[in-house]
Design a protein around this ligand. Structure first.
Ligand SMILES: NC(=O)c1ccc[n+]([C@@H]2O[C@H](COP(=O)([O-])OP(=O)(O)OC[C@H]3O[C@@H](n4cnc5c(N)ncnc54)[C@H](O)[C@@H]3O)[C@@H](O)[C@H]2O)c1
Length: 267
């Protein structure tokens, strides 16, 4: 009998965290052994996630969970605040990471990548675990080699606290890398009558963030050149969209010994 991969979920009581608890519990080769959150402390995470009792109580003491539950992988869908501390504690305890939390700064990422290399432990950070979104980024990078002007509109639910989305930033970075020094699109705007009207700029790419009830996570990459535009759009209809990517990452990260950015590099 093979042993199941022991998973700790950070941000377990959140919308994504509970979805992860359901997805991991549905797989035969992995199990939830720990649930870290400030909310719902003492409650059985299985009951809260709707999969029946798992005998795993939510705890706000990460050090204690790492010591007693002995997880192999921590899946983190929480908030950027405190992420570096959580990640470092997990790596120090020999625990690999699968990270969906967005808004984490570059400095923190670098520290975590260095620690992963030193400890020879796999870490996956993915701005988007939905396969359709990964393809959208790949297609956008390919198209941008031929179409100079690129702008991104990302549309999310009204409880998202960071902007722009990690996916929008990752898309812009991939587009710029694919162009390899090709001149970008010059912004013609001379007077911005309303500050921010042209969105946030990453290089020559404008990113516009929409936050409204009704949306979950959508993104449009709009490209323009003489006489034509091309729009690549991805819509996440439900949070289940992220789960095949998360489950795959939990399995594959067990065999990695360093930092990996982007689900496409684990497929
Ligand atoms: N990479 C992806 O594919 C992807 C997809 C969806 C959401 N996300 C990201 O996942 C994160 C969670 O999203 P959500 O919609 O579930 O949010 P949410 O607000 O529903 O859940 C966040 C949970 O984290 C908990 N939390 C807050 N601070 C914490 C801390 N310091 N330590 C541990 N837990 C803490 C909260 O109590 C809450 O239960 C966000 O960063 C979001 O942008 C990523």
């Amino acid at each position: 009998m093979t042993t199941k991969i022991k998973v700790l979920v950070a941000g377990a009581e959140g919308r994504m965290g509970r979805e992860v608890v359901r997805a991991v519990t549905a797989e035969s080769d992995m199990e939830v052994v720990g649930a870290f959150d400030m909310k719902g402390v003492g409650e059985d995470i299985g009951l809260d996630a709707g999969v029946g009792a798992l005998d795993v109580a939510v705890s706000d003491n990460l050090a204690d969970i790492l010591k007693t539950a002995k997880p192999k992988v921590m899946v983190d869908f929480a908030v950027a605040n405190g992420f570096e501390k959580r990640a470092m504690a997990a790596l120090d305890a020999g625990v690999r990471l699968v990270v969906g939390t967005t808004g984490v700064g570059e400095k923190s990422m670098k520290k975590i990548a260095d620690k992963a290399a030193t400890r020879k432990l796999g870490v996956l950070v993915a701005p988007n675990f939905a396969i359709g979104a990964v393809l959208m980024m790949q297609f956008a990078a390919e198209a941008a080699k031929h179409m100079k002007g690129v702008e991104i509109i990302e549309l999310h639910h009204d409880a998202k606290v960071d902007a722009p989305s990690g996916t929008a930033v990752a898309t812009a970075e991939r587009v710029m890398a694919a162009r390899k020094g090709m001149p970008g699109h010059a912004d013609p705007t001379k007077f911005e009558k309303l500050k921010g009207a042209r969105g946030g700029r990453l290089g020559d790419i404008s990113i516009h963030s929409v936050r409204l009830p009704g949306f979950l996570a959508s993104q449009e990459v709009i490209m323009g050149t003489q006489g034509q535009t091309l729009t690549i759009r991805h819509d996440t209809i439900s949070r289940e969209a992220f789960m095949p990517g998360v489950v795959l990452a939990v399995r594959r990260i067990m065999k990695k010994r360093s930092f990996v950015f982007g689900l496409e590099n684990l497929l």
